[in-house]
Design a protein. Structure first.
Length: 186
């Protein structure tokens, strides 16, 4: 069932479809303030709401030739707004995750208590505690970027064995590096 269409909006839609910028301007002036308020409720930021509202009208203009005057241009405009809001929230969530990850990484490595050379020495020292076959597996995996399957074939062991060796090496590194970091902070 089609929503009832205001005849005036239907005429404006046809004119916009034909590229009439005066009709587009009239539609913009009629709906922009309400659209900004609609978006403001969803994104909690007036600047973002204004940016999204402008993007809605840009998309309307770019897709004007595909508009159907028999359908509500206003509904189409709000559908674009909702989709842009969803996209913006996804992007905000992704940015926040990246920032959190970056902050955690930066915090972990920003301690002036250990230098890069000391970290390198600690890794080498820890790796030397491992049996030779574990060392080789870990070096091929982490420093030479071999896939587990490639390592298994070259060493003549199963992929599960490779995974177990890497896990043991990582646990030992984690344990030793935590002890080193705590001893330097104290």
């Amino acid at each position: 069932m089609q929503p009832s269409i205001n005849l005036n909006d239907q005429i404006i839609c046809k004119k916009i479809q034909q590229g009439d910028d005066i009709a587009y301007d009239a539609f913009f002036k009629k709906y922009y303030p309400a659209l900004v308020l609609f978006l403001r409720k969803r994104v909690q930021c007036m600047d973002t709401a204004k940016d999204l509202a402008q993007e809605v009208f840009i998309r309307l203009w770019h897709h004007r030739e595909t508009l159907n005057p028999n359908y509500s241009l206003k509904s189409y405009m709000y559908r674009i707004a909702v989709n842009l809001t969803i996209d913006e929230q996804r992007q905000r969530f992704a940015r926040r995750r990246c920032q959190d990850s970056y902050s955690a990484t930066t915090h972990a490595f920003s301690s002036p208590s250990i230098t890069l050379n000391e970290l390198y020495e600690e890794i080498n020292s820890t790796l030397s505690e491992l049996p030779k076959n574990y060392q080789m597996t870990f070096i091929l995996s982490r420093f030479e970027s071999f896939q587990n399957q490639e390592i298994a074939e070259s060493l003549g062991v199963s992929v599960k064995t490779v995974e177990g060796r890497i896990t043991k090496a990582l646990k030992l590194l984690q344990k030793n590096l935590e002890i080193t970091d705590h001893s330097r902070v104290a």
